[in-house]
Design a protein around this ligand. Sequence first.
Ligand code: AKG
Ligand code: FE2
Length: 300
Amino acid sequence: MHIDLPSELEAALIDRSLRPWGLDGPFLAKSTMVEYRAELTAAPRFEETTSVLRRALTWEGGGYAVLRLGNLAKALGAEDGRFLRLATAFAAEVAVPFSPFPRWPLWKDIGVKVDKDPGKSSGIGYNAFHMDLVNGSLPPDYTTLLCVRPDPLGGGPSILSDAHAAVARLPENIRALLTESAYHYGTFFDLNGVGEEYKPFPILDRSEPGEGFVRFTAKMLERSQLSLAHADAARELAEELVRGQVSFMLQPGDYLIVNQRRFLHGREALHSGQEAVPVADRRMLLQLFLRARAGTGPAA
Ligand SMILES: O=C(O)CCC(=O)C(=O)O
Ligand SMILES: [Fe+2]
């Protein structure tokens, strides 16, 4: 779902300047969250907008939202600190922002690298359905992507799919294979706030149907050694995710927030010809992860 900011809220936010944030280890400092909230609750319709956002992310059948911050990005500059602090303040209304990567700032750049594995983050090809940090025992509850610049050649729509709905459409024998600890993907090195390495893992855990993570990345189909039966089951899930997908192009200033307990995400290929686009003009997203606050329940 796409959520526009009321114009009176936009006007108030453009006039307000939040102070730089502090960190407490990998997490946004509590004092920053308290300060940002105190600054913004006074802005007209801020609380109403953030409650619409939280509902979009957690209602039954929901699980992702695009908060349209394009007018703020235009007024302040999409890479300006003031704009990023406002985006951080909205994120903190959903859950606690954190950086799993000790060597990265809170917001991690995802640019375009023509030499990288095309199917991975910042590659130019099809980025298949996945959850971020899939091989941590506690993946981020939310992954968020702030669009600074879309592909100037017009490619790279985002894709989203309701993971539990896809699982529910699979036959019982396939679901049984997905509950086996037979899957693995990627390396796990020097990460904060996402638990321990989980290897091998089951795609479906023992939560009630519709709850918990669907711990999946379609990238494992090409990059991990799986048994034939488990690879087939994973492929069926990947196909079902594609069958149920929605896709849309992120516009400058669009802020995509995905509840990783509900939806998986990915991205269609960028348009061909990226080599000819100057690096400074290529697609650019900023990524931030969120941890749900204790007491808001597994789905919130
Ligand atoms: O480029 C995109 O739109 C998605 C990137 C992504 O999902 C990731 O880097 O984890
Ligand atoms: Fe991702």
